[in-house]
Design a protein around this ligand. Structure first.
Ligand code: NAP
Length: 419
């Protein structure tokens, strides 16, 4: 696109360190474009946001791609722009992007944890750091001010500059390229909270963990985290070509969900014939799990996100006293639970959403220690932002995680040169 002759820098050519230009390139979603991602995102040049006293302005080198901005582009289940306008924000657009690597270019007057020039990755948890609930040491994930940066908040990472709360900035792993570093934090920290944030159901050595979408963004992180903790993750996939990928990450084996057809909502419990069909399907799935393990052990933790299609099976196969932990409903929001299994076998269905600082930092520490592979599968140009979200929307995206080059002029770079 042609760049206006104002204070704006071409993509890939960084301003002098600490110089914040007036304008920036960004990928915008506008309400009139809500729909499939390919059309929802468009390249525009707009003003760089101003930051507040507790914020940092980060020059984005690369942005990670997540499913949340498929939802933002579709305008469902929430119109994120309308929701913010109702809350008093004036912008009639959304800049998505909830993962990034980059360089700190400016900080607010209260900020002490980062400074201009720091190389960082950002987690996407933002909240009112002055809220009495948060200040009292409670989990900020339970504070009403909690918002996902680059989804519920504006000014995400699909732009040259992003505005974040300074506590979101964490050290970038030096061994990773910009695009590798941008890829894993949202899914990784989410998986970390799901697997370690809900005691007593934290992953223990030897536990069987059933991971839905084992080759996807969340699943690739969950498999590595569970395996790293000495557990036995079993990955569910839809194509046998994903087996090697999942095993390389530590899965003890895989189950191909296409071998079964009992998915979807539970029938009426009084319809014996339909219930028997479902139960037979779920039992066959359970036997496939035992075959992978080589013994009749059920998962103590089921790592869920498909939702409506799979929850009945997840509850069925979960071990007595185990937990189904869920962070999404990609296939639908009605979770049918046969309560007989839930109470008689004392199973737990636990909702989970992103992560707090402690959990995001703990995940990042594993990345810094080279214990987590970011599973970067494909790198996109800035103007392919719509395209990579479209692939994700159609479940045609490659295994693992995707990233978009923003300030990084080419893939494979670890260093930064200011203009
Ligand atoms: P992803 O990379 O697309 O992976 C999801 C995987 O789910 C796919 O690879 C697919 O694997 C599997 N899948 C698709 N349809 C399925 C079905 N009908 N039944 C069973 N499995 C199915 O996406 P992701 O990044 O892992 O995110 C998954 C969901 O979690 C999205 O809805 C996202 O918005 C949400 N999420 C929520 C949070 C949070 O904090 N609440 C954080 C991250 C992500 P196969 O086809 O191989 O089975």
């Amino acid at each position: 696109m042609t760049t206006p002759t104002t204070d704006v820098y071409e993509l890939g050519s960084a301003p002098p360190l600490g110089h914040v230009p007036q304008k920036m390139h960004a990928q915008l979603i506008r309400p009139e474009r809500f729909g499939e991602p390919q059309k929802a995102f468009q390249h525009e040049v707009i003003d760089v946001p101003e930051i507040g006293p507790d914020d940092a302005l980060v020059y984005v080198m690369a942005a990670g791609v997540n499913y949340n901005n498929v939802w933002a582009g579709l305008g469902i289940p929430v119109n994120v722009i309308g929701a913010r306008q109702k809350a008093g924000e004036k912008e009639d657009f959304h800049i998505g992007g909830s993962d990034a690597s980059g360089i700190v270019y400016a900080v607010g007057e209260n900020v002490t944890n980062v400074k201009v020039g720091d190389e960082v990755v950002m987690h996407c948890g933002s909240w009112d750091i002055h809220s009495p609930f948060v200040k009292a040491g409670n989990d900020p994930m339970f504070d009403p001010s909690y918002r996902i940066w680059g989804y519920e908040t504006n000014w995400g990472s699909f732009a040259q500059f992003t505005k974040v709360q300074a506590h979101q900035c964490m050290p970038k792993a030096p061994h990773l390229t910009w695009e590798e570093a941008a890829a894993p934090t949202l899914v990784g920290a989410t998986a970390y909270r799901m697997l370690f944030g809900w005691p007593p159901h934290t992953v223990q050595e030897g536990d069987v963990v059933l991971v839905w979408g084992g080759a996807g963004g969340l699943g690739s992180m969950a498999t590595q985290l569970a395996s790293g903790a000495g557990a036995r993750p079993v990955a569910v996939i839809s194509n046998d070509s994903k087996v090697d990928f999942c095993k390389r990450l530590g899965a003890v084996g895989c189950i191909n969900r296409k071998d079964f057809d009992h998915w979807g909502r539970l029938p009426d419990w009084e319809d014996n014939e339909a219930m028997n069909t479902f139960t037979a399907g779920a039992r066959t799935f359970g036997r496939a799990l035992w075959d992978v393990l080589g013994e009749r052990v059920s998962p103590r933790i089921v790592f869920e996100h498909p939702g409506e299609d799979t929850i009945p099976t997840s509850i069925f196969v979960c071990d007595t006293g185990g937990m189904v932990v869920i962070c999404a409903g990609t296939t639908g929001y009605n979770a049918d639970v046969d309560l007989r299994y839930l109470w008689m076998r004392q199973k737990r269905l636990q909702g989970s959403h992103f992560a707090n600082d402690e959990q995001a930092y703990a995940f990042n520490e594993l990345v810094l220690q080279e214990k987590i592979d970011p599973c970067l599968s494909r790198v996109f140009e800035f103007d392919e932002t719509g395209e990579c979200h479209q692939l994700m929307y159609e479940n045609r995206h490659p295994d693992g995680n995707m990233a978009i080059l923003v300030g990084a002029p080419e893939p494979g770079l670890r260093e930064f040169k200011a203009g």
